[in-house]
Design a protein around this ligand. Structure first.
Ligand code: BGC
Length: 830
């Protein structure tokens, strides 16, 4: 089934053309069967393929989060990861992957920093291009997002990002420019925010001029979900498709604008043509008719490789790691040991096929070891979900509240998690999606006797009953919290003495989104509603730490694994500070005092304060590691894999040192990108501010040397339109195989333009057997010598002699060379 775009366009009625310009529901475009135009399915994104259901969805492969993927610095590996996502899309019946996210984590506090790749635009763009090429090799279209400036969550739909043209070009647009040059994905999503006074979705300069005219890239341009704000401006600006449906700004409004000659029919034709082209290409792909899973051994192996390659060994004094596999007694301490965090929160989260905990992975790697586990300190924000303790759980759906006697049951669903969102739930045709109610019923069997704290957060309204006694009323009075993209209430707590092993009748009565008592203006209101129900046995914090200390002092080896989670790092809000959850630092510190050899594993998508870093001999940054989180960590700890990950973000000592610290939240409706082009390491280097761990840092168990500290560039003179290569020889001087990432930085000559001390403009990850030596070539192109000249509004490659620095981190430079630009040149394009 296929069609010719121009023939169909010439046959469509005006109404059909208009209908093509908005989605029909949360995930699909408008089909025109009589012309063979299919309905195209989008799916989130970015580190797994959730399919069409936030609630009661089909399980999926979950790759490590964006910053973890970037920490691999491995182009071929990410290409394979992209292909895996393409294959997952096909299984989920989806034609277009809403990913990757290539916004810029200017601050460690960004709610979606974990989804993005790097503070460095070159690294982000190059790695994103690899993933896109992998994904699109399956026929699935990639929709790279969010263009541009969605670098914070606070007031994300309204905030005006004030960015100089130079920073916009050199930092924020650059990853998109690289992707346009190297991968040309078939779709691109606009961001929610404004840039310099205008919503990007309404900006002809951004969409038509930069993307389509200057870069000659013609993707389908899709709005972020509910991120279309106007009819006329957005159409003129080049925004092809409003998502999701039902349309809020198109349909009859376009009709009216055409009548009033505020829009031309030729512009509507242009947008409709772009949607048809997208549907035509996407429609060629045969995707599964039913949404299904595909969980193959080779995918698990790939995911495990990505996970272990993303691990960054931050510190390893006296080669404490790897730990011997002969270890007899191991203490595993921390909140993340048994409950691995596989992903950050928000639209990146999904129901995984499975997830491997560190506990299970260590037990598998060391079958003869005796393993003890102590939580030490809880790291949750809301109380943890309890589906594992609820039996026979179902949710019943109604169009009327519980107060109506004889309300009609319309349908039921099983409960895979006691935290769920119903925005795209449409399995019951008779359910009134605007206003409905549900009852969750189940047998709750607590695992231990004591005081149990229950917690309930909701977008809508909800009450919790245990044995028909009201324990939590989150209906009458509601206070706003951060859950559910910032639309949920604060968690309300209720407590009860319970006997371990005894069965209690649990009942949760909830009303959908529109029953909420809170104001929702200014937020993205996805509708449907959402609930988070959790519970936890109350523990005395000091006793918990004491038990952890005890376990650590009795063990041969101790591994602490804790950190943040999707509750702390998520879409809809930013972190208020950079610290670990309350009590966690104290616990780590006390365990390190008792067991100085304890290895600390931190899971977070972006940097956290590590006040105890000086005490720890070994620190591992493990991100959110996807399905294979536990394997990824244990493969590195016990030496099955020599670590090769490198930080894609600088790791400040204190959040106050971060260049965006004074300008990171919407104040008076705007945020000033005051650090200009000096984002991340470019700021720390220029100001001589020490960081805890620098950009590009990451240790290995193997050792490497450059054979010559002089780097040859061939040719040494960079002629317009050409590229050079830096040639270096690297040797693995150790007795084990390993990989090193050679990073190429360019240092521009002095000029009146304030330039960063150095900028990353090339890298290669090199795998070397013990004793092996390889010659490596790293390409350098015109981007490396150019900055955005604000007077000419063009790129300027300035004449002069540039230093070429090759190192293993931004601070560990091992080789130097030169690159000569013989004459100054201005350019535009890619
Ligand atoms: C997010 C997008 C996502 C979309 C659909 C939006 O809130 O910003 O990244 O793809 O929702 O879930």
């Amino acid at each position: 089934m296929n069609f010719d775009v121009e023939t169909v366009l010439s046959q469509l009625t005006q109404n059909e053309k208009i209908a093509l310009l908005s989605g029909i529901d949360f995930w699909h475009t408008f089909p025109i069967p009589k012309h063979n135009v299919p309905s195209i399915r989008f799916t989130d994104g970015p580190n797994g393929i959730r399919g069409t259901k936030f609630f009661a969805g089909v399980p999926a492969a979950c790759l490590p989060c964006g910053t973890a993927l970037a920490a691999t610095w491995d182009k071929p590996l990410l290409k394979r990861a992209g292909k895996l996502l393409g294959d997952e899309c096909i299984a989920k019946g989806a034609h277009c992957w809403l990913g990757p996210t290539i916004n810029t984590p200017r601050s460690p506090l960004g709610g979606r920093g974990f989804e993005s790749f790097s503070e460095d635009p070159y690294l982000s763009g190059i790695l994103a291009a690899s993933m896109i090429l992998g994904c699109e090799s399956t026929g699935v279209t990639s929709c790279v997002k969010h263009f541009v400036g969605n670098d914070q969550e606070h007031e994300r739909r309204a905030v005006d990002c004030l960015i100089t043209p130079r920073a916009l070009r050199e930092v924020y647009l650059r990853p998109f420019q690289i992707v346009a040059r190297d991968a040309k994905p078939g779709a691109m999503m606009t961001s929610y925010n404004k840039v310099n006074g205008r919503h990007v979705a309404d900006s002809e300069e951004m969409l038509q001029q930069i993307i389509r005219s200057e870069w000659k890239w013609d993707p389908l341009i899709v709005s972020d979900w509910y991120g279309t704000y106007t009819t006329i401006d957005a159409i003129k600006a080049g925004l092809d498709l409003e998502m999701p449906g039902v349309s809020r700004y198109r349909g009859k409004y376009i009709e009216s604008a055409l009548q009033a000659r505020l829009l031309k029919m030729s512009t509507i034709d242009e947008r409709a043509r772009r949607v048809l082209k997208f549907a035509q290409k996407a429609g060629e792909l045969k995707v599964s008719e039913v949404e299904r899973g595909r969980d193959f051994a080779e995918d698990r192996a790939l995911n495990r490789q990505v996970s272990s390659s993303s691990i960054v060994l931050l510190k390893n004094d006296d080669s404490l790691l790897p730990l011997p596999k002969t270890a007899g007694k191991i203490a595993l301490i921390g909140s993340h040991v048994r409950l691995p965090v596989i992903s950050g929160g928000g639209s990146a989260s999904l129901l995984p096929y499975y997830s491997v905990s560190l506990y299970d992975a260590v037990a598998e790697a060391l079958p003869n070891a005796s393993i003890t586990h102590e939580v030490g300190a809880y790291a949750h924000q809301m109380l943890p979900v309890i589906e594992a303790m609820i039996h026979n759980a179902i949710i019943k759906f109604y169009n009327d509240p519980i107060t109506l006697v004889d309300r009609q049951l319309l349908g039921t669903e099983n409960v895979s998690s006691t935290s769920f969102q119903l925005m795209d739930y449409n399995a019951i045709p008779t359910l009134n999606r605007g206003m409905f109610w549900g009852t969750l019923l189940g047998d709750f069997i607590p695992t231990a006797t004591g005081t149990w704290d229950f917690g309930l957060s909701v977008f809508g309204t909800a009450d919790l009953y245990i044995d028909d006694e009201l324990l939590i009323d989150n209906t009458t009075h509601q206070t706003r919290g951060t859950a559910f993209f910032g639309k949920g209430t604060m968690e309300k707590i209720g407590s009860k003495e319970l006997v371990g092993g005894k069965t209690y009748k649990l009942r949760l009565e909830f009303g959908s989104a529109n029953t909420t008592k809170m104001e929702t203006t200014g937020m993205v209101n996805f509708g449907g509603g959402a609930v988070h129900l959790g519970a936890c046995l109350r523990g005395d914090p000091q006793e918990m730490i004491a038990r952890a200390v005890q376990a650590a002092s009795e063990a041969d080896y101790t591994i602490i694994c804790t950190g943040l989670s999707g509750e702390w790092e998520s879409e809809g809000f930013d972190r208020p500070h950079m610290d670990l959850p309350p009590g966690v630092d104290d616990m780590i510190s006390q365990v390190l005092d008792a067991a100085p050899n304890a290895v600390v594993v931190n899971q977070s998508g972006t940097p956290v304060t590590m006040a105890w870093a000086h005490k720890a001999r070994a620190i591992i940054q493990a991100w959110y590691g996807g399905n294979e989180t536990g394997h990824g960590i244990s493969d590195v700890i016990f030496g099955a894999v020599s670590p090769s990950g490198k930080l894609p973000l600088s790791w400040p000592v204190d959040v106050k040192h971060n260049p965006a610290y004074l300008n990171y939240a919407s104040v008076g409706g705007r945020v000033l990108y005051g650090e200009d082009v000096f984002v991340g390491y470019k700021f720390y280097e220029k100001t001589g501010r020490e960081v805890l761990f620098p950009f590009g840092h990451g240790l290995s168990y193997a050792t490497f040397e450059l054979s010559d500290s002089e780097v040859k560039t061939v040719p040494e003179v960079l002629r317009p339109g050409h590229s050079s290569v830096a040639v270096v020889k690297i040797k693995n001087t150790s007795k084990i195989a390993g990989a090193q990432v050679l990073q190429l930085y360019i240092s521009a000559p002095d000029s009146p333009t304030h330039r960063p001390t150095k900028e990353l403009h090339g890298f290669e990850k090199v795998f070397l057997e013990a004793g092996e030596e390889k010659e490596v070539q790293i390409a350098i192109d015109q981007y490396a010598t150019s900055f955005w000249d604000e007077i000419e509004s063009m790129w300027k490659s300035e004449e002069g002699t540039y230093d070429v620095l090759v190192g293993t981190s931004s601070q560990e430079i091992l080789g130097r060379g030169k690159l000569i630009v013989p004459e100054t040149r201005f350019w535009l394009g890619l």
